[in-house]
Design a protein around this ligand. Structure first.
Ligand code: 13P
Length: 252
Protein backbone atom coordinates (compact mmCIF):
# COMPACT_ATOMS: atom_id res chain seq x y z
CA UNK A 1 0.00 0.00 0.00
CA UNK A 2 1.43 3.33 -1.06
CA UNK A 3 1.62 6.61 0.79
CA UNK A 4 2.34 8.15 4.15
CA UNK A 5 0.10 7.37 7.12
CA UNK A 6 -2.83 9.75 6.88
CA UNK A 7 -4.22 11.20 10.12
CA UNK A 8 -7.39 13.22 9.62
CA UNK A 9 -9.32 15.14 12.26
CA UNK A 10 -13.08 15.41 11.77
CA UNK A 11 -14.29 18.26 13.93
CA UNK A 12 -17.96 17.53 13.16
CA UNK A 13 -20.25 20.35 14.42
CA UNK A 14 -17.60 21.79 16.70
CA UNK A 15 -15.51 24.87 16.32
CA UNK A 16 -15.67 28.62 16.17
CA UNK A 17 -12.87 31.11 15.57
CA UNK A 18 -11.72 30.43 19.13
CA UNK A 19 -10.45 27.06 17.89
CA UNK A 20 -8.14 28.53 15.26
CA UNK A 21 -5.34 28.44 17.82
CA UNK A 22 -5.69 24.64 17.95
CA UNK A 23 -5.39 24.29 14.21
CA UNK A 24 -2.37 26.59 14.15
CA UNK A 25 -0.69 24.45 16.80
CA UNK A 26 -1.53 21.29 14.85
CA UNK A 27 -0.07 22.80 11.70
CA UNK A 28 3.14 23.94 13.39
CA UNK A 29 3.77 20.52 14.88
CA UNK A 30 2.79 18.64 11.72
CA UNK A 31 5.75 20.32 10.06
CA UNK A 32 7.96 18.33 12.43
CA UNK A 33 6.44 15.02 11.28
CA UNK A 34 7.14 14.88 7.55
CA UNK A 35 6.46 11.13 7.44
CA UNK A 36 2.81 11.65 8.39
CA UNK A 37 0.17 13.32 6.25
CA UNK A 38 -2.05 15.38 8.54
CA UNK A 39 -5.40 16.99 7.77
CA UNK A 40 -8.36 18.55 9.55
CA UNK A 41 -11.99 18.86 8.43
CA UNK A 42 -13.39 21.84 10.36
CA UNK A 43 -17.00 22.99 10.01
CA UNK A 44 -17.54 24.75 6.69
CA UNK A 45 -17.89 28.11 8.44
CA UNK A 46 -14.20 27.94 9.37
CA UNK A 47 -12.75 26.74 6.08
CA UNK A 48 -11.53 30.13 4.83
CA UNK A 49 -10.05 31.01 8.21
CA UNK A 50 -8.33 27.65 8.55
CA UNK A 51 -6.97 27.91 5.01
CA UNK A 52 -5.26 31.15 5.96
CA UNK A 53 -4.06 29.78 9.30
CA UNK A 54 -2.19 26.70 8.07
CA UNK A 55 0.76 25.93 5.81
CA UNK A 56 1.43 22.22 6.08
CA UNK A 57 -1.73 20.29 6.83
CA UNK A 58 -4.57 19.51 4.45
CA UNK A 59 -8.02 20.89 5.09
CA UNK A 60 -11.37 19.55 4.02
CA UNK A 61 -15.13 19.63 4.21
CA UNK A 62 -17.27 17.11 6.07
CA UNK A 63 -19.86 16.60 3.32
CA UNK A 64 -20.82 18.06 -0.03
CA UNK A 65 -23.88 18.18 -2.25
CA UNK A 66 -23.91 16.08 -5.40
CA UNK A 67 -24.81 19.06 -7.59
CA UNK A 68 -22.52 22.01 -8.30
CA UNK A 69 -25.11 24.71 -7.57
CA UNK A 70 -28.83 25.32 -7.37
CA UNK A 71 -31.86 25.61 -5.11
CA UNK A 72 -30.60 23.47 -2.23
CA UNK A 73 -30.99 25.60 0.88
CA UNK A 74 -28.36 24.92 3.49
CA UNK A 75 -26.19 22.73 1.29
CA UNK A 76 -22.63 23.29 0.12
CA UNK A 77 -21.26 22.00 -3.17
CA UNK A 78 -17.88 20.47 -3.92
CA UNK A 79 -16.78 23.42 -6.11
CA UNK A 80 -17.70 25.74 -3.21
CA UNK A 81 -15.51 23.73 -0.85
CA UNK A 82 -12.72 23.89 -3.38
CA UNK A 83 -13.20 27.64 -3.72
CA UNK A 84 -12.99 28.01 0.07
CA UNK A 85 -9.61 26.31 -0.01
CA UNK A 86 -10.49 22.69 0.75
CA UNK A 87 -8.23 19.90 -0.46
CA UNK A 88 -10.70 17.09 0.21
CA UNK A 89 -14.09 16.28 1.62
CA UNK A 90 -15.47 13.50 3.75
CA UNK A 91 -18.57 11.82 2.29
CA UNK A 92 -20.93 9.17 3.64
CA UNK A 93 -20.11 9.59 7.31
CA UNK A 94 -22.48 7.42 9.36
CA UNK A 95 -23.89 10.56 10.98
CA UNK A 96 -24.91 11.74 7.50
CA UNK A 97 -26.19 8.31 6.48
CA UNK A 98 -28.25 7.91 9.67
CA UNK A 99 -29.30 11.44 10.64
CA UNK A 100 -29.76 12.77 7.10
CA UNK A 101 -30.97 9.57 5.48
CA UNK A 102 -28.20 9.40 2.88
CA UNK A 103 -28.28 6.27 0.74
CA UNK A 104 -25.32 4.55 -0.89
CA UNK A 105 -26.41 6.11 -4.19
CA UNK A 106 -26.41 9.59 -2.61
CA UNK A 107 -22.94 9.02 -1.20
CA UNK A 108 -21.64 7.77 -4.54
CA UNK A 109 -22.95 10.91 -6.28
CA UNK A 110 -21.30 13.09 -3.64
CA UNK A 111 -17.98 11.27 -3.99
CA UNK A 112 -18.14 11.63 -7.76
CA UNK A 113 -18.94 15.35 -7.40
CA UNK A 114 -15.98 15.81 -5.05
CA UNK A 115 -13.55 14.13 -7.43
CA UNK A 116 -14.96 16.04 -10.40
CA UNK A 117 -14.34 19.30 -8.50
CA UNK A 118 -10.70 18.34 -7.98
CA UNK A 119 -11.09 17.42 -4.32
CA UNK A 120 -9.88 14.20 -2.76
CA UNK A 121 -12.66 12.19 -1.10
CA UNK A 122 -12.73 10.22 2.13
CA UNK A 123 -15.62 7.78 1.80
CA UNK A 124 -16.91 6.38 5.10
CA UNK A 125 -18.40 2.94 5.62
CA UNK A 126 -19.19 0.90 8.72
CA UNK A 127 -21.63 -1.51 10.28
CA UNK A 128 -23.94 -1.03 13.25
CA UNK A 129 -23.59 -3.09 16.40
CA UNK A 130 -26.65 -5.18 15.49
CA UNK A 131 -25.15 -5.96 12.10
CA UNK A 132 -21.87 -7.03 13.66
CA UNK A 133 -23.65 -9.14 16.27
CA UNK A 134 -25.55 -10.83 13.46
CA UNK A 135 -22.25 -11.73 11.79
CA UNK A 136 -23.01 -9.44 8.85
CA UNK A 137 -20.36 -6.74 9.27
CA UNK A 138 -18.28 -7.59 6.19
CA UNK A 139 -21.35 -8.15 4.04
CA UNK A 140 -22.81 -4.77 5.09
CA UNK A 141 -19.58 -2.87 4.50
CA UNK A 142 -19.05 -4.67 1.19
CA UNK A 143 -22.53 -3.61 0.12
CA UNK A 144 -21.85 0.00 1.12
CA UNK A 145 -18.67 0.00 -0.96
CA UNK A 146 -20.44 -1.55 -3.92
CA UNK A 147 -23.13 1.12 -3.74
CA UNK A 148 -21.16 4.20 -2.78
CA UNK A 149 -17.69 3.95 -4.35
CA UNK A 150 -17.33 6.53 -7.11
CA UNK A 151 -17.19 5.01 -10.56
CA UNK A 152 -14.36 6.78 -12.29
CA UNK A 153 -12.00 6.09 -15.17
CA UNK A 154 -8.57 4.91 -14.14
CA UNK A 155 -7.06 4.50 -10.69
CA UNK A 156 -8.90 6.23 -7.86
CA UNK A 157 -5.83 8.10 -6.65
CA UNK A 158 -7.76 10.75 -4.78
CA UNK A 159 -10.00 8.31 -2.95
CA UNK A 160 -9.56 7.08 0.62
CA UNK A 161 -11.98 4.80 2.41
CA UNK A 162 -12.59 5.17 6.15
CA UNK A 163 -13.86 2.13 8.02
CA UNK A 164 -15.81 3.47 10.98
CA UNK A 165 -17.88 0.92 12.88
CA UNK A 166 -20.93 2.92 14.00
CA UNK A 167 -20.82 1.40 17.48
CA UNK A 168 -17.22 2.57 17.97
CA UNK A 169 -17.87 6.24 17.16
CA UNK A 170 -17.70 8.43 20.25
CA UNK A 171 -18.16 5.43 22.57
CA UNK A 172 -14.61 4.63 23.68
CA UNK A 173 -15.10 1.11 22.32
CA UNK A 174 -12.91 -0.22 19.51
CA UNK A 175 -13.01 -3.51 17.64
CA UNK A 176 -10.34 -6.12 18.30
CA UNK A 177 -7.15 -6.01 16.27
CA UNK A 178 -8.29 -9.21 14.54
CA UNK A 179 -11.64 -7.71 13.58
CA UNK A 180 -10.05 -4.53 12.19
CA UNK A 181 -7.51 -6.61 10.24
CA UNK A 182 -10.23 -8.86 8.81
CA UNK A 183 -12.43 -5.91 7.83
CA UNK A 184 -9.61 -3.96 6.21
CA UNK A 185 -8.63 -7.03 4.20
CA UNK A 186 -12.22 -7.49 3.13
CA UNK A 187 -12.40 -3.79 2.11
CA UNK A 188 -9.15 -4.15 0.17
CA UNK A 189 -10.50 -7.18 -1.71
CA UNK A 190 -13.67 -5.29 -2.56
CA UNK A 191 -11.73 -2.23 -3.78
CA UNK A 192 -9.64 -4.44 -6.06
CA UNK A 193 -12.84 -6.08 -7.33
CA UNK A 194 -14.29 -2.64 -8.10
CA UNK A 195 -11.20 -0.84 -9.42
CA UNK A 196 -8.85 -3.59 -10.51
CA UNK A 197 -5.17 -3.19 -9.67
CA UNK A 198 -5.67 0.49 -8.73
CA UNK A 199 -7.79 -0.66 -5.78
CA UNK A 200 -4.63 -1.92 -4.10
CA UNK A 201 -3.43 1.66 -3.62
CA UNK A 202 -6.58 3.19 -2.12
CA UNK A 203 -5.82 4.23 1.43
CA UNK A 204 -8.05 2.62 4.05
CA UNK A 205 -8.34 4.56 7.31
CA UNK A 206 -9.76 3.31 10.59
CA UNK A 207 -12.08 5.58 12.59
CA UNK A 208 -13.97 5.18 15.87
CA UNK A 209 -12.62 6.14 19.31
CA UNK A 210 -9.02 6.52 18.12
CA UNK A 211 -7.01 8.04 20.98
CA UNK A 212 -3.36 8.48 21.88
CA UNK A 213 -3.34 5.24 23.85
CA UNK A 214 -4.73 2.97 21.12
CA UNK A 215 -3.41 4.72 18.00
CA UNK A 216 -0.13 2.82 17.71
CA UNK A 217 -1.86 -0.55 17.98
CA UNK A 218 -4.54 0.34 15.44
CA UNK A 219 -2.11 1.94 13.00
CA UNK A 220 0.14 -1.16 13.08
CA UNK A 221 -2.60 -3.39 11.68
CA UNK A 222 -1.99 -4.45 8.06
CA UNK A 223 -3.87 -2.31 5.57
CA UNK A 224 -4.65 0.41 8.13
CA UNK A 225 -3.27 3.44 6.28
CA UNK A 226 -4.28 6.06 8.80
CA UNK A 227 -7.00 7.22 11.14
CA UNK A 228 -10.11 9.38 10.98
CA UNK A 229 -10.33 10.98 14.41
CA UNK A 230 -13.36 12.70 15.93
CA UNK A 231 -13.29 13.74 19.58
CA UNK A 232 -9.53 13.45 20.01
CA UNK A 233 -8.93 15.86 17.12
CA UNK A 234 -10.53 18.79 18.91
CA UNK A 235 -7.42 19.82 20.82
CA UNK A 236 -3.94 20.06 19.40
CA UNK A 237 -2.59 18.15 22.37
CA UNK A 238 -4.72 15.03 21.94
CA UNK A 239 -4.58 15.08 18.13
CA UNK A 240 -0.81 15.54 18.00
CA UNK A 241 -0.34 12.58 20.33
CA UNK A 242 -1.99 10.45 17.63
CA UNK A 243 0.10 12.08 14.89
CA UNK A 244 3.18 11.38 17.03
CA UNK A 245 2.21 7.71 17.35
CA UNK A 246 1.90 7.48 13.57
CA UNK A 247 5.28 9.18 13.17
CA UNK A 248 6.98 6.72 15.54
CA UNK A 249 5.64 3.80 13.51
CA UNK A 250 6.72 5.44 10.26
CA UNK A 251 10.26 5.78 11.67
CA UNK A 252 10.53 2.07 12.51
P1 13P B 1 -14.61 9.57 17.52
O1 13P B 1 -13.11 9.57 17.27
O2 13P B 1 -15.08 10.71 18.36
O3 13P B 1 -15.07 8.22 17.97
O4 13P B 1 -15.30 9.85 16.09
C1 13P B 1 -14.91 9.10 14.99
C2 13P B 1 -15.51 9.69 13.78
O5 13P B 1 -16.70 9.63 13.58
C3 13P B 1 -14.61 10.37 12.84
O6 13P B 1 -15.23 10.64 11.63
Amino acid sequence: MAGLPYIVGNWKMNGTRAMLSEVRAIDRSAARFPKVQVAVAPPATLLYRVRDAVEVIGIGGQDCHAKDSGAFTGDISAPMLKDAGADFTIVGHSERRTLHGESDADVRSKAEAALAAGLAAILCVGETEAERDAGRAEEVVGGQLEGSCPRIDGAPEKLSVAYEPVWAIGTGRVPSVEDVAAMHKSIRDKLVAIYGAGGADVRILYGGSVKADNAAELLSIPDVGGALVGGASLTAESFLAIVGAAASLADD
